[in-house]
Every structure is written in C-alpha cells, then in structure tokens.
Write a protein that binds this ligand. Structure first.
Ligand SMILES: CSC[C@H]1O[C@H](OP(=O)(O)O)[C@H](O)[C@@H]1O
Length: 368
C-alpha cells in the first residue's frame, strides 16, 4: 500500500463543476473522461472530480473519493480503460504487458472489496480475448467498463426486489437498521442494502431507516443520510453504540448491510462495526441480512479467515476534522472491515435471489 501511495501521491486531478445533473451516480463516463462525486466532501459539499489518467483513478479509490465495493469495481474498470488508451505499444504482447502494470496499480489501492479484483480481471480477460487490432483494444475496454456499470445498476434493482420478498412480514411498517453506506453512492446506482430499503419504501412497507453513523469514516452519517434525504426516506441517525439499545426498545424490525467480500461459506467482510450489529441483532432475535451482488462473493475462499482486512491511516480514528481527540502517546488500530460469521446471517440477498449462507455455493454457476 505504501508503494502505491508514493507512486500516485501528488498525482493531480481537476475538480470541475459541470452543468449535467449527475444526481447520485458516483461514477459517470462523460465525453472523454470519468466524473466522480467526491464522497469525502459529502454531505456538506457536492463536488465532482474529473479523472483522465489511471493513476488519478487509483488515487481516487485509495483516498475514498469513490468507495463502496461495486462502485470501486466500476471505477477500476474505467481506470483500466484510461490506462489502456495511454499505452503506446503497438504489439499485442507489449500492450498486454503494460496493461498488467495498470492493473497492478489499481489492484494495490484497497485489498478487501473483491469487486475491485473481479472488475480488473474481467477487463484483462476482455483485452486478452478480443480479436480487434491492438489500436482498437481501448475502445473495447471502454465498452466493457460501461457494461459492468450497466449490469450493476440492473443487479441492484434485482437485489432490491429479492430483498423486499424476504423482509419480515409485520403489520406495521418496517424500521430497518443499516450500517455504513450501501446506496447509489456505493454502486452504479440504487444500492444494495439501501436498494432493498428503496424497494421497501416503493412498496409502502417502510417505516424508517436507522442509520449507524459508522465511525471512523462516518459513511452512514454523511452518505446514507444524504441519500435518504434526497429520496425522502425517513431516516434517524444513531451513533454506532446505540444499535443494541434501539433493538432492546423494539424500534428495529430488521438489519440489512452490504458486503465487501463474501466467502463461499457465507462469512462476510463488511465495514467495521458490522459484526457488532450482527451480534446484537442475534441477541434480540432480529433478522440480519447481507445484500450484495454475486461479484462480491469470492468462491475461492472457503471461509472468512482468508479475507484481507484493510488497515487505514490511524488519523481516521484519532482526528475529527483536523482536531485530535486524544493526547499524544496513544497507539491506534484502524481496521476498515470486520468479518461476520455466516451463522449470524439470516440470508444473503443477491441478484439471483436470497439464500441461506450455506446455500451460497448453489449460485456459483451464475458468476461470470
Ligand atoms: C454496496 S457495498 C458498500 C460497502 O463498501 C463500504 O466500504 P467503504 O465505504 O470502505 O468502501 C462498506 O463496507 C459497505 O458496506
């Protein structure tokens, strides 16, 4: 990770204001460059950054300007195109060798979300297998990136529909707790867990969302609330340590979260604090769902033990804004994810349906 930071440190990108309404689509291919909503500035500022070079895309992923497993995969796919269009090699082997170098820089940005590696590998495979001339490979890769993005939008809407079908059937409208941000900002649009919540609202079955603030990066406080307000979804922001109390008071009917990497047995890596939510949900007999596209399942891993957990800059823990919240001389630990064991998960909701964790292997046939 250090090497990547040095390699892409200082690589500039332009913050632009554009007329087109990008709404909450985090990654937009526009004219000859990629536009990203700068998610580090939401919700107090809606800023768009313009990405024209793959190293800028790598930096945007590493610094979480774009974040969320599916969105990271989509961003990396466009990054592969941006890298390909700058390759000067005219021979196929030379071109593909340089494209692997682009893949390595993009792949070294964040280790946990498997969508990043799934997208990069799909782009490399596309480049290896195309029969077009070398000079035409970049255009083939652009189309492949756009295909990944379009597929994810359809996938999220399917996840929403399948999730709605498995939510508890209660007489009253459902109050759903969620952790981190799993909405349009984390995907091609609509979202995974927040997509299920959107489908629940569309079916007039949603009471309100209880959004964990999600320390230390506060994706819940900054991003999920912003999306809910945009879509008039009733939302209550709670501190991460309030989930158990809310469940004990009977305020929560279900909990639903996203995923960054799911092992073949259903063990799930997701934003730090997700394991806490799963434990307290089980303690209160509240269903706990994971919503994720099949591209988030790593069938090569038999269990969650092998999932790499990203550790980020300790400043994210001890600073709020630029203010330190503790004295010098303190040690820090900042894992960005934790792993929830499959036995705590009621169902994993994918675009191919909702399955018990133990049945996830049955969906392997659908993974492309
Ligand atoms: C739709 S999956 C989003 C997933 O990604 C988030 O991580 P990060 O914000 O660090 O990219 C979090 O784990 C979400 O559940």
């Amino acid at each position: 990770m250090e090497g990547v930071q040095q390699m892409i440190a200082g690589v500039g990108y332009d913050k632009v204001t554009i007329s087109m309404e990008t709404k909450v689509y985090p990654v937009i291919w526009h004219e000859d460059r990629v536009l990203l909503i700068d998610q580090t500035r939401l919700s107090h500022e809606y800023a768009i950054v313009e990405i024209k070079r793959y190293k800028d895309m790598a930096r945007a992923i590493a610094t979480m300007i774009v974040r969320g497993a599916p969105a990271i995969g989509i961003a990396a796919a466009y990054g592969m195109y941006l890298g390909a269009r700058d390759i000067q090699k005219s021979d196929r082997d030379g071109f593909l060798a340089e494209l692997k170098g682009v893949a390595e820089i993009l792949g070294n940005t964040r280790p946990t979300a498997v969508n990043l590696f799934w997208a990069i590998e799909r782009m490399l495979k596309t480049a290896r297998e195309t029969s077009v001339s070398v000079s035409e490979i970049p255009q083939v890769l652009l189309a492949a990136a756009q295909q990944i993005q379009a597929e994810d939008l359809n996938t999220c809407q399917a996840i929403g529909d399948h999730g709605l079908a498995v939510l508890p059937k209660t007489p009253e409208q459902l109050n759903i707790l969620t952790h981190c941000n799993t909405g349009s900002l984390a995907t091609a649009g609509y979202g995974t867990a927040l997509g299920v919540i959107r489908s629940c609202k569309a079916a007039q079955r949603l009471g309100r969302v209880y959004a964990d603030e999600t320390r230390p990066r506060l994706q819940g406080a900054k991003l999920t609330t912003w999306e809910c307000v945009q879509d008039q979804i009733p939302v209550t922001l709670i501190a991460d340590n309030m989930a158990a109390h809310c469940m004990k008071l009977g305020l929560i009917h279900a909990a639903i979260v996203g995923a960054d990497r799911i092992a073949a047995n259903g063990d799930t890596a997701n934003k730090i604090g997700t394991y806490n939510v799963a434990l307290v949900a089980r303690a209160h007999n509240i269903p706990f769902f994971v919503a994720a596209p099949l591209s988030t399942v790593d069938f090569r891993l038999q269990s969650g033990e092998g999932i790499p957990i990203e550790e980020r800059d300790p400043k994210e823990v001890y600073q709020i804004g630029s203010t330190a919240i503790c004295p010098p001389g303190v040690e820090f630990y900042n894992p960005a994810f934790d792993v929830t064991p499959a036995e705590l998960i009621t169902a994993i909701i994918t675009e191919h349906g909702a399955v018990a964790p133990g049945d996830l292997k049955n969906l392997m046939v659908h993974q492309c």
